[in-house]
Write a protein that binds this ligand. Structure first.
Ligand SMILES: Cc1cc2nc3c(=O)[nH]c(=O)nc-3n(C[C@H](O)[C@H](O)[C@H](O)COP(=O)(O)OP(=O)(O)OC[C@H]3O[C@@H](n4cnc5c(N)ncnc54)[C@H](O)[C@@H]3O)c2cc1C
Length: 468
């Protein structure tokens, strides 16, 4: 059987549903195909469940600190994992079902449940039906990368998906990967009471951040009892009775760690290997990410790729921003592109780490003349009042920017050519207000940071930063 639509959307993750809504509102007949759960990674196995766990873990942490705030608990703090998981599942279910109801209620939108596969650049198989359209949008996301480490296929390995399914907390969780996913799970499990060891192949955590940021995050997590093994080489796994032994070669420390469970958090890979892309003439890079131009068009005319599968972002708000770009260009006569996008993201440890724009290292590598301002959270009034004084703020600005502003309370705007951030300046130490390259914050509060090196950085075109 064959059916014609104006547009086909493959995947109901973070870009697909919103695009389906805009296109169908514009009067187009739309088919949206989802092979698994509405909401994709973010809603089901990514942002939403992990952030509910971050919240439970934070509650436990705060309860343990209750006495600092003059709060007296009548018993020790305990964790009821059944209720933690029930809360997580309830929040996820509500989001997923709400999204699915909304998509299904769109006037001109037909939902297909099944795996989509290209027959050509205009045709897509779903089950035994062929759907045809002049415009096809791919939003298939990604999944956990399982590297080919020795022994990895001989032991039970956890991913972000399967860890969330556990009914019991791991006794000793060994996490391979010291970046965003690994560190969030590390702190969550530690705060629930697990022993946690993080193994990282690089010499420091979250390598895309500046070294001072990596060091501060590591120190904060170590203070909670998380152990780190950095610069780990030759990582391998084997069974050791009921436990799993992870072998590693490091310059210091024992050559193996025996834990009850192992989580692999070493990146993602796009869900593009079973899409029939070759049949449609859609090219991918060596990692399987779909090649797109600045407006998200693939190498096949009439086919776009949005979200994690194009390798241009790895966040919910970048996937959603892809939708905004495509919709604005197709429906609103705009000419938006991904090169206008300001990098903005967060790591939801506690305190969280947020960054907008270039890091100091990136600015230096790009040959920028920069000024740097930073302030420890111990000098932020609100942070002191709330007892959340870990971390620091840091701002990187263009030293050559002609704009100056030096009043403490009246903000001035420095519009940087590169990061395109608008910076409202308070007084800057050693500097007048200049174009900002970036703002970093590892800490919980910034609203009382005056006088400061710099404050308040907002993107010019704001992506839907649900998680920021
Ligand atoms: C543990 C974890 C925590 C995270 N936390 C955050 C966070 O706090 N903030 C943040 O911004 N980002 C976070 N992310 C990243 C975020 O989840 C992703 O960037 C986002 O989900 C990408 O959206 P997407 O629409 O590109 O893909 P997805 O959300 O993965 O959606 C793709 C959809 O396509 C479907 N699909 C795949 N192949 C086919 C096919 N052939 N046919 C039909 N359907 C198909 C899939 O079933 C899926 O529903 C996290 C990720 C992980 C793993």
């Amino acid at each position: 059987m064959s059916r014609y639509f104006d547009a086909i959307i493959i995947g109901a993750g973070q870009a697909g549903p919103a695009l389906a809504s805009r296109l169908s509102e514009a009067g187009m007949m739309v088919a949206i195909v989802e092979s698994n759960l509405f909401g994709g990674t973010c809603v089901n196995t990514g942002c939403t469940p992990t952030k509910t766990l971050v919240a439970s873990a934070h509650a436990a942490h705060l309860a343990r600190r209750a006495a600092e705030f003059g709060v007296v608990l009548s018993s020790d703090v305990g964790i009821d994992m059944t209720r933690v998981k029930a809360r997580q599942n309830a929040v996820v279910r509500q989001k997923r079902e709400g999204l699915e109801r909304w998509v299904r209620s769109q006037a001109n939108c037909t939902v297909y449940q099944g795996h989509a596969r290209f027959e050509s650049a205009r045709e897509v198989w779903v089950g035994d039906e062929v759907l045809t359209a002049d415009k096809i949008f791919i939003n298939v996301g990604g999944r956990a990368n399982i590297p080919d480490l020795p022994g990895v296929d001989q032991v039970p390995i956890l991913t972000n998906t399967t860890l969330l399914e556990l009914d019991e907390l791991p006794r000793h969780l060994v996490i391979v990967g010291g970046s965003y996913v690994g560190l969030e799970f590390a702190q969550i499990c530690r705060r629930f009471g697990a022993k946690v060891t993080v193994i990282e192949m690089a010499h420091r955590l979250i390598q895309r951040e500046d070294p001072d940021v990596s060091a501060a995050v590591q120190a904060i997590l170590e203070a909670e009892g998380i152990q780190f093994r950095l610069a780990a080489e030759c990582i391998r796994c084997e069974r050791r009775g009921a436990d799993i032994c992870v072998g590693l070669d490091c310059k210091s420390g024992p050559p193996e760690i025996v834990g009850s469970d192992v989580l692999l958090a070493v990146g993602r890979r796009p869900n593009t290997d079973d899409l029939g892309l070759e049949a449609a003439g859609i090219e991918v890079d060596k990692h399987g990410y779909i090649l797109v131009d600045d407006t998200l068009r693939t190498t096949a005319p009439g086919v776009w790729a949005l979200g994690d599968c194009n390798g241009k972002g790895a966040f919910t708000h970048t996937a959603y921003n892809d939708f905004e770009i495509v919709a604005a260009n197709l429906l609103d006569g705009e000419s938006r592109s991904i090169s206008d996008r300001i990098p903005a993201y967060a790591l939801f440890t506690d305190p969280p780490l947020g960054r907008v724009g270039l890091s100091e290292t990136e600015a230096r590598v790009a040959g920028k003349r920069i000024l740097i301002g930073s302030r420890p959270m111990t000098q932020v009034g609100r942070a002191v009042e709330k007892g959340e004084t870990l971390g620091f703020m840091k701002v990187v600005v263009d030293a050559g920017h002609p704009r100056s502003g030096n009043t403490r309370d009246r903000g001035r705007r420095g519009d940087s050519r590169n990061s395109r951030c608008n910076v409202r300046q308070s007084k800057m130490r050693d500097a007048e207000a200049r174009g900002a390259y970036s703002s970093h914050r590892l800490g919980t509060y910034s609203d009382h940071a005056r006088p400061t090196p710099a404050t308040e950085v907002t993107p010019k075109k704001t992506p839907s930063a649900r998680s920021l």
